[in-house]
Ligand binder design. Structure first.
Ligand code: NAP
Length: 423
């Protein structure tokens, strides 16, 4: 739905998009993505690279060839409020990949909120986003800044998937969804930056908040206070189970505690319906071997959750894993893939199926595509974005970018399908 009622969209700024954290493992891929935009888009976007080291930024720029040659370099340390204010004032949209976000992200979000600058990132750190909402929602609403975290693999496929299933259920059956569930299969590696962010959260008090199923919901919505009991449909799954809809053994998906919170915030902001529930799982396959693997996986996950909170074990793990700035090889990132199968059920029992899928390592190739296209939605198609987003404040990919992001991602090769009957 088009809107022209933005409270205070940024007036003309020097850059359409500033890529902050451009020297990191994902950051370098965002620079390559912008450098490689097809000419008709490339010529519309004025963009710059930003980070704490001019020398490193210039190296990244040079490595990205002719497509990056006109991009400026902006130096701003994550704790330098003055430099971040200047950066935010120069940009219509800031795209940040500098994480752990709880360590390097807070001053930048504050600067964007204050200066009416739209913002997207790839965080999966839900407790940090809760803190940012509580601190900056009012300011962002007053300046019209649209702050949209979770624009990477956490949580674009989940959030757009649940949103599309709701739309399809309404269109095909005139009912909302009572539940949507997703079974994920993926092939990809892990970045040092992702491990650093996870370990930073596990080592802090924020880990308690991480378990809260409605952590990101607006404060006035029911359910934010207190954990549900283990039998609640919204509690995080812990055990393996055979699911007849997917005809497969499912286990808890490691990113479920992030993605479910984002989908539930979208459900609250967009009004999916009073009975809406969302869960997600990892698909293990059918048969006795898959059943045994599912049991082993759950036991391993329970053990690692406990062990990683023990300082000695955590330090050894940190030494064995890739450090910040490192990640999978180019070949392995190109050979990665993911697929989320969705099943939605209406209050009267109607069932729909859907699929979100793409090629490329989820945490790198897919994340880069998603966050760059999210930034381009705000930079180039502001007037086409969902009406509610015109008010500014903290949004989700679905509530802030909706079908504009869906179209851009489809055009960029991602599969987003909702509404096959059956099951
Ligand atoms: N949503 C998803 O699916 C997804 C996927 C991948 C990653 N992530 C998240 O994205 C984040 C980045 O991951 P990554 O693998 O790219 O990490 P990384 O390679 O370690 O990159 C971290 C970035 O932060 C910058 N940085 C560090 N200290 C800074 C400071 N004081 N001021 C300004 N910048 C500073 C680094 O700059 P220098 O180069 O100068 O050190 C670098 O650009 C992590 O939080 C990770 O969890 C999310």
């Amino acid at each position: 739905m088009a809107t022209s009622s933005s409270k205070r969209a940024p007036t003309r700024r020097k850059y359409d998009v500033v890529l902050y954290g451009a020297t990191g493992f994902v950051g370098r891929q965002t620079v390559a993505y912008f450098a490689g935009l097809r000419p008709s888009v490339h010529k519309q976007v004025r963009w710059a690279l930003a980070g704490r080291s001019a020398a490193k930024l210039n190296e990244v720029k040079a490595a990205c060839g002719a497509g990056a040659s006109n991009a400026d370099v902006i130096v701003a340390d994550a704790q330098d409020t003055k430099a971040l204010d200047a950066l935010a004032r120069s940009a219509k949209v800031v795209l940040s990949t500098a994480g752990p976000f709880a360590v390097f992200g807070s001053a930048l979000v504050a600067a964007c909120a204050r200066n009416g600058t739209h913002y997207v990132d790839i965080t999966g750190e839900t407790p940090w986003v809760r803190e940012m909402i509580d601190e900056h929602e009012d300011v962002a609403s007053s300046t019209g800044a649209r702050i949209i975290p979770f624009c990477g693999f956490d949580s674009v496929p989940s959030d757009l998937g649940a949103w599309l299933m709701n739309q399809a259920m309404q269109e095909m059956h005139g009912e909302p969804c009572a539940s949507v569930k997703s079974a994920v299969t993926m092939r990809g590696g892990v970045n040092g930056g992702t491990l650093a962010s996870g370990i930073n959260m596990l080592a802090s008090d924020a880990v308690k908040d991480f378990m809260q199923p409605f952590l990101l919901n607006p404060r006035d919505a029911a359910g934010l206070a207190g954990l549900p009991d283990d039998t609640s449909v919204d509690a995080d799954p812990v055990l393996p189970a055979y699911d007849p809809d997917f005809r497969a053994w499912l286990v808890p998906f490691v990113m479920g505690p992030i993605n479910t919170r984002v989908v539930r915030r979208s459900a609250a902001l967009l009004g999916y319906g009073p009975q809406f529930h969302y869960q997600e799982y990892m698909r293990m396959g059918a048969g006795p071997i898959a059943a045994a693997a599912a049991t082993g996986f759950c036991a391993g996950m329970a053990w690692s959750k406990f062990a990683l909170r023990v300082p000695g074990v955590r330090q050894v793990t940190e030494r064995l894993m890739p450090g910040p700035g490192k990640g999978p090889s180019e070949r392995s990132m190109d050979n990665g893939s993911y697929r989320c199968e969705l099943v939605a059920i209406s209050p009267s029992g109607k069932r729909l199926r859907g699929k979100i899928a793409d090629r490329g390592d989820p945490g790198n190739r897919a994340t880069t595509k998603m966050v760059c296209e999210a930034a381009l939605c705000l930079a180039l198609q502001l007037e086409d974005l969902p009406q509610a987003a015109g008010e500014g404040g903290f949004l989700t990919p679905a509530s802030g970018l909706g079908d504009v992001l869906v179209s851009r991602l489809r055009a960029a090769g991602m599969t987003l399908v909702a509404g096959n009957e059956g099951g």
